[in-house]
Ligand binder design. Structure first.
Ligand code: G4P
Length: 283
């Protein structure tokens, strides 16, 4: 689900996250491992300041392995505590909790020195829509938490969920808005399903995806659609080839370009062709 973000929504989302930040020791930011840069909203850095950060590179099953390793290294070098995982796996708390413990070790040491008794580590999840926040929370909670939707301001009674042995997690995630730094970011967000289908023209999203695959993995792209095209071909010829191969006709022999567009986006979005990362760690 996605919404259109207006300045009012953004201000409200920011306020809500700021309120929740006061209650927690560590922020668990969920990113889409396929677009770790584009699914990050830098506003979070502004408002979390020195709060320790666990970064979950979620949907790692659909991302490129080497790229994920590079992103892990980058986040570590920034003093964050990254982990790459598939949020649907029911063992994820075993991967997340040790990082939260390490990330907050200093805080609790300081508290201990002041004679403050040990309590649970408090954490909150944040992220833009569709990166897997609810999946992770439900998974950790071992039950379905009522979904407030991706709309800030839908208030509900917040609760702490027991997460692992030493941690408690707020059951409502901090919802950030997808940030459109530039046109390509918008296309990446759309291609991975972070924003839904009205924000960026879908034909442009499909063209971006096709060009990416023809540059990065042409053999697999051709094999998947059973076609024979290359980077130097006109993109309309690529659409034609896919349309013919998949029988996406508009009537007569005309290619149904809308159907090809939707098919290509569906196939990439759901990792059908292969596992790809669209943001480079060292860019
Ligand atoms: P959100 O709360 O951040 O908005 O995201 P949510 O948990 O609803 O997850 C969005 C979609 O991503 C869901 O698909 C969910 O199953 C899927 N998902 C979450 N984590 C992973 C992962 O690690 N790997 C893969 N492959 N998928 C993951 P959906 O139920 O089909 O939702 P939708 O497409 O109908 O929104």
């Amino acid at each position: 689900m996605s919404i259109n973000w207006f300045p009012g929504h953004m201000a409200k989302a920011r306020r809500e996250i700021e309120e929740n930040l006061k209650k927690v020791d560590v922020v668990i930011e969920i990113l889409d491992a396929r677009i770790p840069h584009s699914s990050h909203n830098p506003m979070l850095d502004e408002i979390t300041q020195h709060k320790p950060r666990v970064v979950v590179l979620n949907k790692v099953d659909m991302a490129d392995k080497q790229a994920t390793d590079a992103w892990m290294a980058k986040f570590k070098s920034e003093g964050k505590y990254p982990v790459a995982l598939d949020g649907r796996n029911n063992q994820i708390i075993k991967r997340i909790e040790p990082l939260a413990i390490r990330a907050t070790a200093e805080i609790f040491e300081r508290m201990q020195k002041k004679g403050i008794g040990r309590r649970a580590i408090r954490a909150m999840i944040t992220g833009i829509p569709n990166v897997g926040k609810s999946t992770v929370i439900n998974n950790v909670a071992k039950r379905k938490i009522a979904k407030t939707g991706n709309t800030p301001g839908v208030t509900k009674q917040q609760q702490w969920i027991k997460a692992g042995e030493q941690m408690e997690l707020l059951d409502t995630p901090g919802i950030l808005w997808p940030k459109f730094e530039d046109e390509i970011t918008g296309k990446k967000l759309s291609l991975t399903g972070a924003i839904k289908d009205t924000v960026v023209p879908l034909d442009e999203v499909a063209i971006y995806g096709i060009e990416f695959l023809l540059t990065h993995d042409p053999a697999r792209f051709n094999a998947f659609y059973n076609i024979n095209v290359s980077e130097s071909d006109d993109v309309v010829d690529v659409f034609d080839a896919i349309g013919r191969s998949r029988g996406l006709k508009a009537g007569g022999n005309e290619i149904n370009y809308e159907a090809v567009t939707n098919r290509v986006i569906y196939d990439i979005r759901n990792g059908k062709i292969g596992s790809y990362t669209f943001d480079e760690a060292d860019a």
